[in-house]
Structure formats: C-alpha cells, structure tokens
Design a binder for this molecule. Structure first.
Ligand code: BG6
Length: 490
C-alpha cells in the first residue's frame, strides 16, 4: 500500500448532503480515509441539506448509507462512533438569503483551517452557492470549491457557471471533478506510459494501427431518468470520462507531474481533435438507445418504458471514430464507445499495433494476429499484452495468440480505493493535478458542441439495441467499414 500522508485539519462542507452522491460515495470515501488514519485532529464534515431533520436523524441516514455501500465486513460499529462525531448537519436552502446564518455559525472560529465547499448539487446551484459563500464572508485564504459534473450542458452554459464561480474563487481554488481521474487504473496509465521506456517508441503512428476505448455499463438509467433524458451519453460520459481517457492515452510526456505540466499536455490533445461536423457525423458517429432485453438472465425494460412509454430521442449509447490531428497520431483512429444496459460492466483501452510487415508463415496467414495492449480499467484492473507464439509440438508450425496478463489486485493484494477517496484527499491537500482546468472543460465542450450541432443539422437517427447486447449493429459497422472490429465481444 502506498504511504498515506495525513491531511491537515479541515472543515469540509457538503452541499447536497442528503443526496445520492454524498451518501453513496463521499461519506463512504471519508469513512475509509478516516479509518486509515488520514484524517487528523477534529476535522469536520458539515453536511448541508434542505430537509428539516435533526443531527441524529441525519446520522441515522449516514449510518444506513455506510452499511449499504461499504463492502461486507467494512462497517465497524465502534469506529462509526468516532467517525460520526465529525459530522454536523445544517438545514439550509442555499437559494434563500436568510438561511446562511446557521452555516456561518457552525464555521465561525475555524477560519484558519482548510475549508472545502463540495457542491454535490445540480449545476444550476453552483453559481448561487459560490456567491452565497462570498457574500456571507465564508471564503477564507485556505478555501477551495469542488464542482461535480455535469458542468453545464454546452460551452455557453459551462462558461456561465465558470464565470459566476470565478467571480468568487480564483482558478487555483476551483476543483472540477471527473471521477475517472481518481481511478487507480487511470492513474496507472501515466505509470505505464512514463515509468517504462518500453512503450514510448511504439506509442505512435507507424507502430499503432488504432486505439479502442470502451466504457460499458450494465445498469440502465433507473432513478436518474429525468436528469439523464435531458443529457444523454455524449454529454454524460464522452465529454468528460472518455475524453480524459483519450487525453491520457494520446498526450505527449509532460516535463513533470506538476499539475499544470500534465494539464498543458492534455489540452493540446483536446485542441487537436478533428471536429466532427454535420458532414462527418453520419460516417463517424453512432447514436443508440436500448430496447427491452435481458442482462445475465434477468429481463430488463427498454428506455422508453422506463420513461413511461414516452418517445425520446436521447442516446444511451454512443460510438465515435475520432482523429487526432498531430504528428504522433495522424491517421491513427481512436474508436470510442460507451453505453448503458450493455452486456457487461467493462471498461478498457486497447492499443492495437500494426500487422507484421511481411509474414514468413504463409500457411498461417490468417492466424497471425496483430499485438494488442489492453489496459483494463474495470473490473479486474490490469494490463494484458497479446503476443503470437508457436504452439508446442514436434509437427508443423502452428501459431496461437497468447497473453502476458497482469492483474493489479493479485499483484498488489490490496483493496482498490474508490476514486472519491483519492480525489477528496487531493482537494484537501491542495493538489489540483487530478482535476480539470477551465480551459480543458471549454475545449472538451467546444468539440462536443460540434457533434451535437451536427446531429441536429443532419437529423442523425437513433439506432435501437437490445439491452444485454454490445450496442447497435451500426457500431460494429463503424469499424467494419475500416476493416476492423471491436474487441473483445466478451
Ligand atoms: C457518471 C455518469 O459520471 O459515471 C453515470 O453520470 C455513470 O451515468 C458513471 O454511470 C460511471 O462511473 P463508473 O465509475 O461506475 O464507471
């Protein structure tokens, strides 16, 4: 286990303290960090919510959430007693000017400690909450603000939010979360690329044929359907998580791990993405929506049914062929796909290398597979390198694809911390490297806005796919047209 560096004493204010994110992710993450001794002194978690309830009622809610969301055996009743002492509950509606007094009173006298406002709320509240913190004199020199995604729904709305928050906090106090950047395996991509010299000479056009990035989910949209129907997979997943994976895969080596050095390289990738306009959307993008089907033997309803049999043109699946216009990646397509209600929860990046230039095994012509490096993000985090080998035996010369397969969990033998554990500690420590800078968010939206405009102009149709499949046929056709196929159909 990497060494745990304790964080200085803090007050962490969670706006949206009774919401799903706070209860399912943030509080369990803080519980783990506290249990490992990373939270020091009398640091406090101040949850702000609109519901009228006592502190004891709120603690009851948190205890239940921890019991439900921690892995089995991780809830420790004795430790809970100590952890719960850190938690305060403040009832307040951030939009009501007269309701900030209670929060002011709770924070008063703690001006010297680290103060973090975590906005686990709808983005429409980001500006008003930042302003509320400012006008109520709650922003100290040691204050930071954390913004959850989605940060707007296009460049214009994201800019409005960023401007409003930017009037209250300096850019270096603003932490925009993309939880994929907190995943161990995503950070491992940096280690794989820049702590090994093996891959660098091959990590480019001339050696790489193409790259595939898949983020597949089994879950449907469930209880979030009202929100999701206004958003869709492109905004929900591609604008942030998948583009971040593209950046970390494609970027040049930063000169250091300094937060701006890494983010400067990522933004160059975003700016080099070839725009997909209305002429290109038909050939380079696929939009899909799930129909009823079955996942692991269980029947699941279609998206329309979940929506109450209303017709919707929101995509729950998207596949894209992306070109990065720079020297390293010229003409090396990156194929991206993500969707709900697919066959499995499965995220990976595959670097497929080129075919051998000349085969000396003519009888094996169709058996020689190009080498492939698979970086598994979830589940079973690890790295796999597929190589060709001779099948053992005295007769003939038969080739077979074999793998060097490294499972991180087996290798390191530890629990993989949730992304939020890492991200919360980084905010408290004041390290913004794993968070998105404003120019990154703007560049990602600029590119995504082009696709959305292209879809609207060309009235790109939505393809149906059966829940439990790997998405619409058009997604396979996207690669088939280039003589390629998605890996792996598990
Ligand atoms: C969130 C999206 O950002 O990421 C969700 O809003 C999605 O729709 C989730 O389910 C996926 O995260 P993970 O960590 O489960 O891959």
């Amino acid at each position: 286990m990497a060494q745990l560096v304790p964080v200085d004493v803090f007050d962490l204010i969670i706006f949206g303290g009774t919401g799903d994110l706070a209860l399912r992710k943030l509080l369990p993450a803080l519980y783990h960090r506290d249990r490992d001794g990373q939270i020091t002194g009398d640091s406090r978690i101040v949850s702000v919510g609109r519901s009228a309830q006592s502190r004891d009622d709120y603690l009851g809610l948190v205890e239940k959430a921890l019991r439900d969301n921690l892995d089995s055996g991780e809830f420790d009743a004795d430790f809970w007693k100590a952890f719960s002492k850190r938690i305060e509950y403040v009832e307040a509606d951030a939009l009501a000017h007269d309701q900030w007094m209670a929060l002011k009173a709770v924070l008063s006298g703690n001006e010297d400690r680290i103060r973090v406002a975590y906005l686990a709320t709808a983005p429409s509240l980001f500006g008003p909450i930042a302003t509320g913190l400012k006008v109520n004199g709650l922003i100290t020199d040691n204050s930071r603000i954390v913004l959850e995604k989605p940060l707007g729904r296009d460049l214009a709305s994201a800019s409005e939010i960023n401007d409003e928050v930017g009037r209250c906090f300096a850019e270096n106090q603003i932490y925009r979360i993309d939880h994929y950047l907190g995943k161990e395996t995503v950070q491992n991509l940096l280690a794989l690329r820049f702590a090994n010299s093996l891959f660098e000479p091959l990590w480019r056009r001339g050696a790489v044929d193409h790259v595939q990035i898949t983020v597949a989910e089994e879950l449907g949209v469930g209880g979030r359907i009202d929100f999701y129907d206004r958003v869709g997979a492109l905004r929900d997943m591609v604008q942030n998580h998948l583009l971040q994976l593209v950046c970390l895969t494609a970027m040049e080596a930063p000169s250091s791990l300094h937060h701006d050095a890494v983010r400067d390289e990522k933004i160059k990738v975003l700016r080099a993405l070839r725009p997909i306009d209305s002429d290109a959307v038909r050939g380079d993008t696929v939009r899909g929506q799930y129909a009823a089907g079955a996942i692991k033997g269980n029947t699941v309803p279609g998206y329309d049914e979940e929506l109450g049999d209303a017709k919707s043109s929101t995509e729950t699946f998207v596949a894209l062929k992306v070109q990065i216009d720079n020297w390293r990646w010229s003409n090396v397509p990156f194929y991206l796909r993500t969707g709900k209600r697919l066959k499995g929860k499965h995220s990976e990046i595959i670097i497929q290398f080129q075919d051998v230039p000349h085969s000396i095994f003519p009888e094996q012509e169709f058996n020689v597979m190009p080498n492939r490096l698979t970086i598994r993000l979830q589940p079973d985090e690890g790295v796999k390198l597929s190589l060709m080998a001779k099948e053992p035996g005295p007769g003939g010369f038969d080739l077979r694809s074999v793998s060097l397969d490294l499972s991180f969990e087996e290798t390191f033998g530890i629990r993989y911390p949730d992304a939020y554990e890492r991200l919360l500690m980084e905010v408290l420590r004041g390290n913004p490297a794993l968070f998105m800078r404003r120019d990154e968010v703007d560049a990602a939206w600029t590119w995504i806005d082009g696709i959305i405009a292209g879809w609207e102009e060309s009235r790109q149709k939505i393809e149906t796919y059966v829940a439990g499949s790997w998405g619409p046929t058009a997604s396979s056709m996207l690669l088939d047209r280039d003589g390629r196929a998605w890996y792996p159909e598990l």
